[in-house]
Design a protein around this ligand. Structure first.
Ligand SMILES: [Zn+2]
Length: 413
């Protein structure tokens, strides 16, 4: 039986998939070994059904990446670039990029930015911390799209003073990471008050966008907020459209599947010759959004719910960060910050870390959390789990670029 794909498998996709499979066989020992283990021969790859072959292969995880990327340097010519993840939440991931892949990436990104209605009238500022390596690809794609101006704007430790030079550029669009924008809110607000400000759109990348931040920007700044979705191991994956109901996955460049439990997004690259990925688990939890989007695009849509590591189990019950977050802040005006730590003394201790300002709401937060999370309620009531609240400065949540949302420090059994 075929796995669940997010796109119809057209002839064109089959052709691209076959060429990916052949590239894997011809250039990567790693994949030749995999094919052999699954009983797939070169003849199968050349003339069999590529979808059937792909579906028979086991899924790959992040641990396969070091071998694949080291093979890619030795077997692929014309490497022009390297993409790495920021690496604060795990091992640093490397992806070497050939000239051809590079151009294909930039074309794809340009196509995505057109999707959120960025056009030749836009003046775009790519706001990053020093050094501005993260944004260079974005700036190049924006150039390709033909926007009026694109600036790489790196702010160092003295960002207050540096941001003061931003208004004369009259940016209509800002590309940045949520945590950097949060730290710069006060400075940026000075020139962006309601409809008189020049900024109309903000495109966020690299991190999940806190709901509170999104609401504030939409209501107070009157800007449109878009989430870009990509991973260090792949080219760009998708972007939010102007209907703002989920992220469209661009199935021209990648084939997507989702695993059963937990629902994790799996990618097979169709164009990435330098680092071809076959059924690679991205580690992102998604919900498939069924039906046509109001924007008219037929690209499938997902809601990205966080990382697989953001789930944990207590006494066989599965809990997920995002779901706990939503439950806890259900009756508050906005969804605030939260971090979860799990430790063990004579029993499991679940510590909910929240900003100091929430101390007055503890009773309500706890009530709404346990009202919706019935399994947790049972575990707490029967004293299998100790539920505690810990209060920290708001700064704590804003200082780390990629904060770990769940840390499980229980000893492994
Ligand atoms: Zn749409």
């Amino acid at each position: 039986m075929y796995p669940q794909f997010f796109s119809s498998l057209t002839k064109e996709i089959e052709l691209k998939l076959r060429s990916t499979l052949l590239n894997c066989y011809e250039n990567f020992n790693f994949y030749r070994r995999r094919f052999k283990e699954s009983g797939v021969t070169y003849d199968d790859l050349a003339s069999g059904s590529p979808v059937e072959i792909m579906s028979s292969l086991p899924m790959l995880g992040g641990d396969s990446l070091p071998e694949l990327s080291s093979e890619s340097i030795s077997s692929i010519e014309n490497i022009v670039d390297m993409e790495t993840s920021s690496g604060t939440t795990g091992d640093r991931k490397k992806r070497f990029i050939s000239q051809r892949d590079d151009l294909s990436d930039h074309r794809l990104m340009a196509e995505m930015f057109r999707f959120c209605s960025i056009n030749q009238n836009d003046r775009v500022v790519c706001l990053d911390t020093d050094p501005a390596y993260l944004m260079i690809s974005f700036a190049r794609a924006l150039d390709l799209l033909g926007v009026e101006e694109v600036y790489n704007y790196a702010v160092g430790p003295d960002f207050r003073r540096e941001l003061a030079k931003l208004p004369p550029l009259e940016p209509t669009t800002i590309f940045t990471v949520p945590s950097l924008l949060e730290r710069s809110l006060a400075e940026l607000e000075e020139f962006q008050k309601g409809p008189s400000g020049s900024v109309q759109k903000i495109v966020f990348l690299g991190e999940r966008v806190p709901n509170a931040l999104r609401t504030r920007l939409e209501k107070e700044w009157e800007v449109e907020v878009f989430s870009y979705y990509g991973a260090a191991e792949t080219s760009s994956l998708g972007i939010e459209c102007t209907a703002h109901e989920g992220i469209h996955l661009f199935t021209t460049h990648n084939l997507f599947e989702v695993t059963n439990k937990p629902p994790e997004l799996v990618v097979t690259s169709l164009k990435q010759a330098t680092l071809p990925l076959l059924r690679y688990k991205l580690g992102d939890l998604v919900d498939h959004i069924p039906g046509e989007c109001r924007c008219g695009s037929s690209y499938p849509r997902v809601k990205v719910n966080g990382r697989v590591g953001d789930t944990f189990t207590i006494f066989g019950s599965d809990f997920h960060y995002e779901s706990l977050l939503q439950s806890m802040y259900r009756d508050q005006n906005e969804i605030g910050f939260m971090q979860i730590n799990i430790t063990r003394t004579d029993r499991d201790v679940l510590t909910i870390v929240v900003p100091e300002e929430q101390r007055v709401n503890e009773k309500f937060l706890k009530q709404s959390l346990l009202k919706e999370q019935m399994e947790l309620d049972f575990l707490v009531a029967s004293r299998f789990v100790d539920l505690q609240f810990l209060y920290v400065d708001q700064e704590y949540f804003q200082s780390a670029r990629k904060m770990k949302l769940v840390t499980d420090r229980r000893p492994r059994l």
